[in-house]
Structures are given as structure tokens and as C-alpha cells.
Design a protein around this ligand. Structure first.
Ligand code: ZN
Length: 135
């Protein structure tokens, strides 16, 4: 059910410092987007089939603000691209994996996303991401 790694989410305190760092490594900024459902501003860098996504909190009660407070900056989640998100969630549930999101919710890039619980996935916060064609 998994096609490829859609993106790697990296929590940063300062979005423009993060953008400068990855631009200096030679990646090209594709754009930035605010995702109100997660209280983050996101910057995207395509890298093959995958994107690096820098996640910067827009509010102190953002899940990313809490992550940085507890663990510091760094890799926050890995997102796998799937064709059929509701089916992927159903299959994960049947495998006994705890789901943070039982239903898909809107993510960046016209996508629907859902998270699996890291306690069920060896400590890694895994996202399933179904990308839709842009309007
Ligand atoms: Zn993500």
C-alpha cells in the first residue's frame, strides 16, 4: 500500500534559518504554506520523489512547538505516500496499529493525511499521505 516516502518532516524554531540551511546544501525551495489544522508553517524542498518539509510552529500550542520543547529541533515524522488513505488506515487498524487519526484530515499540498501512533511503530511518528492533483 506504500508507494514511496512522500516527505520527511523536520521541526525547526526559525523557518528562515532552516530555509537558508537547506538552500546552502543545494536544495531548491519549492514554496511555503501555512497549515492551520496543525498550527504550522511549512517550507518544501523537493529531493527526488521525496520532499524535505520544514515545520515551524505558528502558535505555542502547536504540536510542533510541543515537540521542540520536549526533544529539540530535528526529524519529527516520516510520511509514506499511499494511493487510498481510508483503505491504508483500515489495513493498519486490522494489523493492530494504534491510529492517532482514525479519519483522514487535510494536510499541505492538497493532500489528506493521517498519523499512526509512535507507540505502535517503534517510536517513529509515521504519517500516511494521499496526494491529490492540484486544482
Ligand atoms: Zn507530514
Amino acid at each position: 500500500m506504500i508507494k514511496h516516502i512522500s516527505h520527511i518532516g523536520i521541526a525547526v524554531k526559525d523557518l528562515s534559518a532552516g530555509i537558508t540551511f537547506y538552500e546552502n546544501l543545494g536544495l531548491k525551495l519549492e514554496g511555503t504554506e501555512e497549515v492551520p489544522s496543525q498550527k504550522v508553517k511549512v517550507a518544501f524542498f523537493p529531493c527526488g520523489d521525496t520532499r524535505i518539509e520544514l515545520l515551524c510552529p505558528t502558535s505555542d500550542d502547536s504540536p510542533i512547538a510541543k515537540f521542540i520543547e520536549k526533544k529539540g529541533e530535528g526529524i519529527q515524522h516520516i510520511a509514506f505516500a499511499v494511493d487510498d488513505l481510508p483503505l491504508a488506515l483500515k489495513e493498519a487498524n486490522e494489523l493492530g496499529i494504534n491510529l492517532i487519526d482514525k479519519e483522514p484530515r487535510p494536510g499541505a499540498h492538497h493532500s489528506d493525511i493521517a498519523f499512526l501512533h509512535p507507540k505502535s511503530s517503534l517510536g517513529v511518528l509515521i504519517e500516511f499521505c494521499q496526494e491529490h492533483k492540484e486544482d
